[in-house]
Design a protein around this ligand. Sequence first.
Ligand code: MAN
Ligand code: CA
Length: 382
Amino acid sequence: MIFVLLKFCSAQDTLSASTSKRYSEHLSLLGPFKEGQILEQWELSERASLKPDSVRIVPALPQSSGQIWNRNPVYYQDWQVVFKVRITGTKDLGADGIAFWYTSLKQEPGPVYGSADHWKGLGVFLDTFNNDGRGPPSVILAVVNDGTLSYKHGEDGFGQSIGSCSARLRNTVEPVEVTVQYSNKILTVSTLDPKTQQAKVCFPPQPVQLPIKGHFGFTSSTGALFDNHDLISVETFHLTSFKGNEEMSIKQREGSSLLQKAQNSQLQMAQSIENLESSVRSSLELYRNQQERHHSERLQKILLLLQKTIREQKAQDDKASLKTFKSLHKQVNSFSTSLSEFRSLLWDRLLGIKKISANYSKRKKNFLNLSFVSLILIGGMD
Ligand code: MAN
Ligand code: CA
């Protein structure tokens, strides 16, 4: 239900011809926004706020920080995130920049661009202030941390990055566009040249090991110096590639593409359930501080989501999942009739959905293992 786009990519995308990419709506962020609006898929904290065309992660105030984290874990092994930022200030110098994160957990606020140190996963930092006076005035650098590294902010992460490049980041005519790609365990960071519209790799692609089911986030902080740090858009893609596809026979190719489709459908299923769970959870939050009208609207949304999911599962003729979704549907339907018992019932349902979700995760894992083995058997992978 989430994948909208399927296309084979061009060479300038730094993807091989045997890689397909699909747009992932729930991991993306596009305006326009209304001030005070609650975003379904993203949560804002500290100084982060919505502007009509962007998320102001942190405003031009000294000693401040802000964060925006996606609410969903990333189920994809291979992904590509394209984000646009605008960093503006009225002074000659501004600070401190924006971090893009893919970490095992949503991080708490902290000292690394407004996010906690000792993270597990990847940080790509758009550093706008040269703290130790070494090197270029502003840089993009990637730092992988297994939880043991303590980031050296005062030395701009000197000796800690897996790669970096000098980049103009403040008061640019066009927003700064960065692409972070993790495919076949290779990390590629590139920027878009606003003049030529060509992608430029920031440093040679690096092999890295990132945690599974991580979270995407963007954080920012200021110190004695400050800037407005705006996140304009995030577009996330799920990448799938067939290794050695060129040498495969037509039969093999059909086989692995079928498996890939099945795999995607399992991932979508698990994702749907996660989405449902977070819908139910936020309904609970709404219940506490808003009126009944919200409950029914919210419930209606959940029902629509369920119905849509069921329709899609029906199309895939997956009997087992259809049954699960049907029972889920029944459960939600039944509690919609009794709004007064909303809260207590909802807790029950939430637990139920959690169970189902765990069950699906297990199924998904088995399925992925199976697919992997089958791919090896049909010679689709090394
Ligand atoms: C101060 C400190 C630093 C920060 C700079 C620039 O020196 O808060 O951490 O990098 O200001 O804002
Ligand atoms: Ca710095």
